[in-house]
Design a protein around this ligand. Structure first.
Ligand code: UGA
Length: 521
């Protein structure tokens, strides 16, 4: 029976993972640790370092349970935030203590693409991961199961095993497991609670298998046994990269077909539906867009490309690289389309961009297609007003102007509301699938009801108990497109970069609607 686990790294993976383990396994003491005191302080405050639907509710419930256990319900030790002294989830900078105490250590450390040296721009940088494993080697006094949780290059388990062999004193046994995360930003808690599968890669030895079973024991507390799949380390590590590459390939494929639709008059939404209804294809990841983004697709595909090149498989490397190339082409094509619809020139014209994150329900802008769009419009001399419900103003500003000569004064405006951004604009570009932007017939209510949280944990109830913890929670406020169109001027063009709007409805309001992969009426 596992009693103590540690998550090293309190970012997008470690924080939510630790919270879910603590929530689902009250008998397990979970320590989430990070060398960055700022992120730890944020986890221990009422303003969490990231917005994820259902996260603050779950965290509060764990803390609440800790609070009740002070009155004798549980004997777990630990120090929670908000003055609670007895809950099974802690966030701290005490990395060494957590390592010493834990039986299972999840490595939830960022592995960015290398920015210098061999593999620059394609290989993953595992420096921080290695540093954490060095600390484990130095500090551990008992046997440990070390779990690769964040994405790593294939073969990393072997590298870490060698590192431990060289640097640890040999007194304890280390078993490395690969247990990749398949978390999608915006639905991280739901993905953790209801995973499509849990992969556990281990060495095919009795001790490897034993460690794999021990980790499965934790997941079995909330995941059906048939979704927990045991395999070898290489297969598990490769599966993570392969899954992201295949997902990105689907979006790149539908976007490439969208360009054919635009030339021929076919409608990509029909094509996508027609293909997606094939039970072998399914409809997932077939929504055309101005280009996919996020911190993982590009990084993981480049990692795969680097691996293939290293293995001398040049054709395979080129095949996967083309998935990224088509995405860059799509982003450029979308910008070109806007310019062309605005009579070949956007200079001095006002354009509103709604949505700046790489997708809805997140404040993350990594590789967001909106960045390419806004930078491109600014470079062409347009006046751009940007609104995103979750991305901070400073982030939009930094991303939009990075590597650009300074825009003219007043050329870029970051707005507090969509209405402010659209007023006086000749064109409005919808760049994310944010529910707020959808036209009435397509609007989807936004709540956490799909998370299967206990009924008492609805957001209003949480707000009453702890308003501070929900500062990131937003009420879905659908945009009044009639007011938007009325406030626009000139060409009154609406570019739908995610095909989330109802073109007929918008045309009825008196504007021109341009979707991806659609004939312009
Ligand atoms: C992705 C994977 O979906 C997760 O399974 C994986 O765990 C994660 O990367 C990771 O490796 O950490 P994420 O990057 O959060 O998750 O985003 P997705 O929801 O997959 O979307 C990626 C991009 O594709 C977004 O820009 C999105 O708007 C775009 N997209 C998605 C489309 O343009 N069309 C679609 O049909 C779906």
């Amino acid at each position: 029976m596992v009693r103590k686990v540690a998550c090293i790294g309190a970012g997008f993976v470690g924080g939510p993972l630790g919270t879910v383990i603590a929530s689902q396994c009250p008998d397990i003491q979970t320590a989430v640790v990070d060398i960055n005191p700022e992120i730890v302080d944020a986890w221990n405050s009422d303003t969490l370092p990231l917005y994820e639907s259902g996260l603050s509710e779950m965290l509060l419930a764990v803390r609440e349970r800790g609070h009740n256990s002070v009155r004798g319900v549980s004997s777990n030790e630990g120090h929670c935030a908000n003055g609670l002294t007895n809950c099974n989830l802690t966030f701290s900078t005490s990395v060494e203590v957590a390592i010493e105490e834990a039986e299972i250590i999840f490595l939830c450390i960022d592995t960015p693409t290398k920015s210098t040296g061999p593999g620059e721009g394609s290989a993953l940088d595992i420096t921080n991961l290695e540093a954490a494993v060095r600390t484990i080697a130095r500090v551990a006094k008992t046997d440990k199961i070390i779990v690769e949780k964040s994405t790593v290059p294939c073969g990393t388990a072997g590298t870490l095993r060698d590192l431990l062999k060289n640097e640890a004193n040999g007194a304890c046994h280390f078993e490395i497991l690969s247990n990749p995360e398949f978390l999608s930003e915006g639905t991280i808690i739901s993905d953790l609670l209801h995973p499509s599968r849990i992969l556990i890669g281990s060495e095919m030895t009795p001790s490897g298998r034993k460690a794999s079973d021990k980790l499965a024991e934790i997941y079995r507390k909330w995941v059906p046994d048939d979704l927990i799949i045991h395999m070898d380390l290489w297969s598990s590590e490769l599966s993570k990269l392969a899954a992201n590459a295949l997902l990105a390939q689907r979006v790149s494929s539908i976007n490439s077909l969208a360009s054919i639709c635009e030339e021929t008059g076919a409608d990509i939404d029909f094509v996508s539906t027609a293909c997606g209804l094939d039970r072998r294809i399914t409809r997932a990841m077939l929504q055309p867009s101005l280009g996919w983004g996020g911190g993982c697709f590009k990084k993981d595909i480049f990692c795969l490309v680097y691996l293939a090149r290293g293995l001398g498989l040049e054709e395979v490397a080129n095949y996967w690289a083309s998935v990224v190339e088509i995405n860059e082409y799509q982003k450029a094509r979308f910008l070109k389309g806007i310019i062309s619809h605005m009579h070949g020139c956007v200079a001095k014209k006002s354009i509103a961009v709604l949505g700046f994150a790489f997708k809805k329900n997140t404040s993350d802008t990594k590789n967001s297609a909106a960045i390419t769009l806004v930078r491109g419009l600014l470079a062409e001399g347009a006046f751009v007003s940007v609104y995103d419900p979750l991305v901070p103003e400073s982030k939009i500003l930094a991303d939009s102007t990075m590597r650009l000569s300074k825009p003219e004064p007043g050329q870029l405006q970051i707005c507090k509301t969509a209405y402010q951004a659209c007023t006086g604009a000749e064109a409005v570009v919808v760049a994310t699938d944010c529910d707020d932007f959808q036209t009435p017939s397509r609007a989807i209510p936004r709540d956490s009801s799909n998370l299967n949280l206990p009924p008492t944990l609805n957001s209003r109830h949480m707000d009453e108990r702890n308003p501070g913890l929900n500062v990131h929670m937003r009420i879905h406020k659908p945009l009044d497109w009639r007011s938007v169109v009325d406030s626009m001027q000139g060409l009154k063009l609406i570019f739908d970069g995610r095909n989330v709007l109802d073109g007929e409805y918008l045309r009825g309001l008196g504007c021109r609607y341009v979707g991806i992969g659609k004939r312009v009426a």
